[in-house]
Design a protein around this ligand. Structure first.
Ligand SMILES: Nc1nc2c(ncn2[C@@H]2O[C@H](COP(=O)(O)OP(=O)(O)O)[C@@H](O)[C@H]2O)c(=O)[nH]1
Ligand SMILES: Nc1ncnc2c1ncn2[C@@H]1O[C@H](COP(=O)(O)OP(=O)(O)O)[C@@H](O)[C@H]1O
Length: 182
């Protein structure tokens, strides 16, 4: 039996990576492995399944115990995928899906080589801004996403696949068609 693949959704924040990771996982039967974060949920007290939300103390303890595959510090918040979460998913029969910035995508590629397939989700900067504004995201979140845009968008050349996210359902179907041919 072939070993499960790790599909790494990456690209600029706000491009639709989490949305497409959810949809594509549903279509393709992938196991999603959420990162842990010390960032607060965007909508308090409403579970969203995108992250495991941790207190800073808990995150730091686990970090000191070496339990994360890799970690990142972004806008004062910590992010990391627990080794045990990823390994447990990889020991199952399903392929696996994660959502990471370029630093995280690069780390997984280094660690897992051909088993890590990077899916770069592209949306132009103005559309990102318009979508976030229309969804009622706060000014600070939009500013922070747009500030990181240029840095993230240049990573597309390194990725195995690039999909422009115009219509979510069409993009998810395109991802399915492309990866089914692998
Ligand atoms: N390197 C790394 N990046 C991560 C990890 N988990 C999430 N990220 C990325 O870190 C960034 C977090 O920024 P944030 O503003 O919270 O983005 P959001 O979660 O998409 O709203 C996003 O680009 C995430 O995809 C992780 O474990 N490692
Ligand atoms: N194709 C699309 N058309 C309109 N809105 C979209 C589209 N894709 C994603 N969105 C919306 O844009 C916002 C950011 O998407 P999200 O998946 O959280 O992005 P990311 O994970 O890349 O930061 C969400 O409110 C999401 O519903």
């Amino acid at each position: 039996m072939t070993k499960p693949i790790i599909y790494v959704f990456t690209g600029a924040s706000g491009a639709g990576r989490k949305t497409l990771a959810r949809k594509a996982s549903h279509l393709m039967g992938w196991a999603r492995v959420p990162s842990c974060t010390t960032r607060l949920p965007r909508i308090p007290h409403q579970p969203d399944g995108d992250y495991r939300y941790l207190a800073l103390e808990q995150f730091t303890d686990w970090e000191n115990e070496g339990r994360f595959v890799q970690t990142a510090l972004i806008d004062g918040n910590k992010y990391g995928i627990l080794r045990e979460d990823l390994e447990q998913a990889l020991n199952g029969e399903k392929d696996v899906c994660v959502v990471l910035n370029r630093e995280g995508a690069e780390a997984l590629k280094r660690l897992y080589g051909d088993r890590a397939v990077r899916i770069f989700i592209y949306t132009d900067k103005r559309t990102v801004q318009e979508r976030l504004e229309s969804k009622g995201f706060g000014y600070e979140v939009i500013e922070s996403y747009l500030n990181r845009y240029s840095d993230e968008v240049t990573y597309r050349k390194a990725c195995e696949h690039v999909f422009e996210n115009v219509d979510v359902d069409k993009t998810a179907a395109h991802i399915r068609e492309t990866l089914s041919r692998r």
